[in-house]
Write a protein that binds this ligand. Sequence first.
Ligand SMILES: [Zn+2]
Length: 244
Amino acid sequence: MGVERCGTGAGGGKTLPCQILVCPDCDLLLRAKRPRPGEKLCCPRCNCVLDAPVENSVEKTMALSLTGLLIFPPAIFLPLLTLDILGLENTGSIYSSAQAMVRSGFFFTGIAVYITSIIVPFVKLLLLFLVSLQIQFRHSNAATLFMFKTYKRLDEWGMLEVYMIGILVTIIKLLHMAKIEYDVGFFCFIGLLSATLLSSSFLDENRFWNEIHAQMLEKEGKAGEVEVEAQPGSNGPTESAVTK
Ligand SMILES: [Zn+2]
């Protein structure tokens, strides 16, 4: 995706940001102005949502990812639930459950829980916080670009939601058989899950890519210069539809 400046015509030299987009679903090449927050940019051919700006996306993402990082240790290492079955108490955290799986011989399942419930969610929050921090203070560089690309690649590997479903199934199944107490870890985990989900939903990807690109060009002293190569066989960009 490239970004260029295009004139408004009668505005007397004033320019508005235009972007060239490729629809990920039908490969249509589009040229469109960025919609305002609350509006959506849709592909005129397949109706895929291409751009949905979020107001104060960088600030919201930074605050939520920092919140997630702060409550990450208690959510992972503190006990989630205490189960009392006929006087026998059992308690466990996400970390101890992964450890128990490895010790019980379910080595690969335990490692998968470590990766998808502990390592990847933590790395994703850390990357998102660092990227938004650098964009906010206009310090984007090649490392910011690498971190944001890594964040996008890890997107499908964080599975805290799946763990939450597992906890809910356990609660429903054991509700009539055991006395269940909710520990501090459970509430921290809910907070962590909310911070993770909200930080991804407030993330305005197009703005992040554009800001990183613009700040990198600014540092190199090439502000406003964008190279857009012609695609062989393409009929040129098409205007896209903006819907509210
Ligand atoms: Zn499309």
